[in-house]
Design a protein around this ligand. Structure first.
Ligand SMILES: C[S@@+](CC[C@H](N)C(=O)[O-])C[C@H]1O[C@@H](n2cnc3c(N)ncnc32)[C@H](O)[C@@H]1O
Length: 445
């Protein structure tokens, strides 16, 4: 085992002492819609190729699964998939096993194993989730290479690194406590107590105390033991920048698919008038590579703790035409899918209520995605589009037909609605729903 060093043992001990996350075993993620959306394979595959795939029978690895809460989210979000979890902390693996069992998921396997030894499983995965782990590993490139070697062709890895620009203050705090010897062995209750005492005794004007948010304020909760361990005393924690992330991907023959929270990495949104940028930028930005644009963003606005990405084998992404550039012919041959995370009994129950009370359907309530404005669909529009999509994917022609049945007359003129007009109307409606993540539009099928 390559990582069998002093650091490896410290990390293992730390998570045996406090398996992460400390989420009660009974807690279900069923109402954590955004997390389910993020962990749903269909989301990532659509973003990569604008294709729709079902998670049925797919093999998913949760690499560094911890206490298994994310494995549980993966299992909920991907019905019919098999989940395999590995972690170096035996205590965490035990908890993960219990958790999935408690929630009735049997198509799962957990192993006490290092990511570096993944080849021992003799398995190839469709999707690898490696969340909040990579930044602890001594050799990120090596870890990515190993994961690449067990990723099927067209498979997708979701992983993340800590941002050195966003977390700079925590790295400074960690240095301080390393210097004091608090991280020489595994930090436990005693070390956590010492950290609290030191911050309490410092003057509020001390830079480190202030910047770490340790100055008491009304209504502000003190950090929990878990937060102290995960930030101030985290063994092996390292920070990275966008260029460093890109070099690590290149080294592992991987390519970026997208930031998972790509809607929050928009440089233009940082400007007062996004459509009227300073001339230098309006000329240079369109020429900049994705790496350059993301790096520019993190320098201007280092607000994201994680550089959280989907990536895949180099050269596998298939070209597609963005919906905004589709011709009428593209629309005519397209298939509309509702996001599977919206195809739930809760949505059906809410729709029933909306139809009975003739009130708008607040779609974003069931799929709230950060960066997407809350939205509600008018009840007639809802009736035209949502029920058929919940039954099966639809063509534009079938949605036009349904629209003409639900609303045969033009509301303004009371003349019969024209199919061509409805076709245009649907194009604009579906483009908006697609940009928000609620529907997926697949070309030529
Ligand atoms: C911060 S926790 C994240 C747990 C889980 N992925 C989550 O996001 O909730 C990091 C986990 O990575 C595990 N870990 C660290 N190095 C590892 C390695 N080389 N192989 C497998 N797991 C590792 C730790 O034991 C710990 O459970």
């Amino acid at each position: 085992m390559e990582q069998n060093t002093e650091l490896f043992e410290k990390i293992r001990k730390q998570f045996d002492f406090g398996p992460y996350p400390r989420v009660p075993i009974e807690k279900t993620p069923e109402d954590e819609f955004e997390k389910l959306y993020l962990h749903n394979l269909t989301t990532a595959y659509y973003i990569r190729n604008r294709q729709f795939i079902s998670p049925e029978s797919k093999l998913i690895l949760d690499a560094g699964c911890g206490s298994g809460y994310k494995s549980l989210i993966l299992a909920h979000a991907n019905p019919g998939a098999k989940i395999v979890g590995v972690d170096i902390s035996e205590k965490s693996v035990e908890l993960a096993k219990l958790r999935l069992q408690h929630h009735g998921f049997n198509n799962v396997d957990f192993f006490t194993l290092s990511i570096e030894d993944l080849s021992e499983l003799n398995l190839q995965f469709d999707y690898i989730n490696c969340d909040e782990v990579l930044y602890l590993m001594p050799d990120v490139n090596k870890a990515l290479q190993v994961m690449t070697s067990v990723l099927k062709p067209n498979g997708i890895i979701r992983t993340n690194l800590h941002s050195s620009l966003q977390r700079f203050i925590y790295y400074r705090v960690q240095k301080l406590f390393q210097l004091m010897g608090l991280m020489d062995d595994n930090p436990e209750e005693m070390e956590i107590g010492i950290v609290r005492e030191i911050f309490d005794s410092l003057q509020d004007t001390v830079f480190l105390k202030n910047s770490a948010g340790e100055v008491e304020k009304p209504g502000k909760e003190p950090k929990t033991d878990e937060q102290i361990l995960a930030n101030y005393l985290l063994q092996g924690d390292k920070g990275y920048t966008i260029p460093e992330l890109f070099r690590a991907l290149e080294d592992a023959n991987l390519e970026l698919i997208s930031m998972t929270n790509y809607r929050q990495w928009d440089i233009k949104a940082l400007f007062k008038d996004p459509e009227n940028l300073p001339v230098f930028l309006s000329l240079s930005l369109p020429e900049a590579t994705i790496e350059e644009q993301l790096h520019l963003f993190e320098l201007l606005q280092p607000v994201h703790r994680l550089l959280d990405i989907w990536c895949g084998h180099q050269g596998e992404s298939q070209p597609f035409t963005p919906v905004s550039e589709w011709t009428d012919e593209d629309w005519q041959t397209a298939t509309v899918h509702i996001h599977p995370q919206l195809n739930t009994p809760q949505v059906e129950a809410e729709l029933k209520q909306c139809f009975q009370q003739l009130r708008p359907f607040s779609i974003s309530q069931f799929l709230p995605i950060t960066g997407v404005s809350p939205s509600a669909l008018d009840i007639t529009v809802t009736a035209c589009v949502i029920p058929p999509l919940l039954k099966s994917p639809q063509s534009l022609a079938s949605l036009v037909e349904r629209w003409l049945q639900v609303q045969p007359l033009n509301l303004e003129t009371l003349e019969p609605n024209e199919p061509e007009e409805i076709f245009k109307h649907l194009q604009s409606l579906l483009s908006g729903l697609e940009a928000s993540g609620y529907v997926m539009l697949v070309q030529g099928s």
